[in-house]
Design a protein. Sequence first.
Length: 264
Amino acid sequence: MSTIASAPHTEERISLAGKAIRILKGGSGPAVVTLHHSTGSPGWLPVHDHLAGETTVRVPDMPGYGQSERPDWARSPRDIAVLMNQAFQSLGLDSVHLVGFGFGGFIAAELATMDPSRLASLTLLGAAGLKPREGEIMDEMLTGYVDYMIAGFRDQAHFEQVYGATPEPSVRELWDYSREMTARICWKPFMFSNQLPHLLKGVTARTLLIWGAEDRVVPPICGQQYAEAIPNARLEVIPGAGHYVEFEEPGRVGGLIAAHVRGA
């Protein structure tokens, strides 16, 4: 997989509910935590390079994903949000700039509703979590791994820039492992919560919403719904971009998030 990220970073592990969690860390400055897509964390990415220039970036493999151990009892996105909140406590992070990509945005939104005072700012990119008023969230369980990933990019050429024409076996294994965990916690309803729209009204963090205008996985109307539900939110739509906007436009996305962190 080609991501061409270069900023130095380290790896650490902490224990949550008796399970080991892997976290990558780099940069210096205010604390930023990014939460990955339902397909798992591919590691340190170019967007993290952009953020590490002025913030301390932590990139966890959420419980049950990647190199983090699986909490077999977890059955909802909110369970994972509780564990991530405990991770912040364990790391001594009392003021966090939280960033969520796709499914990670769902987890970030849930976390923001349960502990608003901990968040210095919130950024959601193509976030799941809300039932679209029009269309639906793409069901990755009914789609082949590669087809689902291609659908997340603006076109196949951009997919191949990141993963190549044939994704490496380790990448396909990550997708397979991640899909199993996602099925455990997001099956019914798939990728949204009926309670979350009501709880979002209590989110106090300054919120940035970033959506690709051509997102075929989580419809852009979900960005509008988040903007309507969260009191202090603004929506940035990136023309021509797909669901994996942080892969397609890492400089622009990194710049938007960095400015948001500075403003908060």
